[in-house]
Design a protein around this ligand. Structure first.
Ligand SMILES: NC(=O)c1ccc[n+]([C@@H]2O[C@H](COP(=O)([O-])OP(=O)(O)OC[C@H]3O[C@@H](n4cnc5c(N)ncnc54)[C@H](OP(=O)(O)O)[C@@H]3O)[C@@H](O)[C@H]2O)c1
Length: 301
């Protein structure tokens, strides 16, 4: 690979850890700015991965931290707001600041993980609208010479995911039934290994510059199908009670007040559009999509 050192914003998260391990297997060094270095000491166990404590996250801090890197990969994201975190800050302000810092630090390449349905104007939720604004600000930096490619995954699965693991945990705690909001919302779950491969393929492929790739798995499921699949996989039969739209909203209003914010009104609004691809970004990058059956039983059971 031509890439010399990759600067991974959001490297401490679920996708980030898979990405860093993949880079290590390829022998590509990485650097991860860490907000809470004490919470991610294990990153030091990944070959070639350098955790970089960064206090202020100002543009100056980022320019300094990016020195010597040849690619910036932005994996920063939040699913809800609160305790000082906002969608605007994580999905728009920080990526924009990171593009400016990359230009100043002389980093030529920028990869950005967005989300399917991202749309600055007509996204149904603030999550999706802020993701749309984020794509806009990072691609705007191409005018100044930064080579930007972005990716829009459907829900991502793999060891450590928040989707199947969370439903498996819920099913294990429920007494044989599960009230499910938005049961007919549709997804095409994409394997984290395929998302990581897409990032790596694009890294050294200048022809992907300026492109936005939708990333989906090979099959489409409703949320109800995925919960049923989870219950079968962990061997805990459960009756899924699909909630009506009115009850789904009510559940969101109640759950967003509870610790852990299992489900919020903004999450409910995101589920009003299907998370499906218009074109297959994985196929465009020469990657064969992995089915849930191949991977999920391996980490849920
Ligand atoms: N997982 C999915 O199913 C899915 C689906 C579609 C799109 N995506 C997108 O894919 C990306 C990676 O997702 P993920 O599942 O890996 O998320 P994750 O596990 O929640 O990790 C999020 C990362 O973002 C960092 N972060 C959040 N807000 C930040 C801020 N204001 N400043 C600095 N760092 C911040 C976190 O750092 P700390 O460790 O310090 O908190 C963490 O490293 C995100 O952009 C997400 O929106 C994910």
């Amino acid at each position: 690979m031509k890439t010399q050192r990759v600067f991974v914003l959001g490297g401490t998260g679920f996708v980030g850890r898979h990405f860093l391990n993949h880079l290590a297997r390829l022998g590509v060094p990485s650097r991860v700015p860490a907000r809470h270095p004490h919470r991610c000491r294990d990153l030091g166990l990944i070959q070639g991965c350098e955790s970089y404590p960064i206090a202020g996250w100002s543009e100056e801090d980022l320019v300094e931290a990016m020195a010597g890197c040849t690619v910036v990969v932005n994996l920063v994201g939040v699913l809800d707001e609160g305790a000082g975190r906002t969608f605007e800050q994580s999905h728009v302000t920080l990526p924009e600041r990171a593009t400016r810092a990359a230009l100043r630090a002389g980093v030529p390449r920028f990869l950005h993980l967005s989300a399917l349905g991202a749309d600055a104007e007509s996204g149904p939720s603030e999550y999706l609208r802020s993701k749309g604004r984020g794509e806009r600000v990072v691609h705007a930096a191409s005018v100044q010479g930064l080579a930007v490619t972005s990716f829009r995954p459907s829900v991502i699965f793999g060891p450590g995911d928040r989707f199947f693991n969370r439903f498996a945990g819920l099913i294990r705690r429920m007494p044989g039934f599960l009230p499910l909001a938005c049961p007919e919302a549709r997804f095409a779950p994409v394997h984290v290994g395929d998302v990581v491969k897409a990032l790596v393929r694009a890294m050294d492929a200048p022809e992907t510059q300026g492109q936005v790739h939708d990333l989906c798995g090979p099959r489409i499921f409703s949320l109800r199908d995925l919960v049923m699949y989870t219950s079968q996989t962990i061997g805990r039969p459960i009756r899924v009670i699909g909630l009506t739209d009115r009850l789904s909203r009510l559940q969101a209003r109640v759950f967003e007040k509870l610790p852990g914010k299992l489900f919020t009104m903004d999450n409910y609004q995101s589920l009003q559009v299907d998370s499906l691809c218009r074109t297959s970004g994985l196929a465009e990058l020469g990657i064969e999509a992995t089915d849930i059956e191949v991977v999920v039983p391996g980490y849920l059971t």
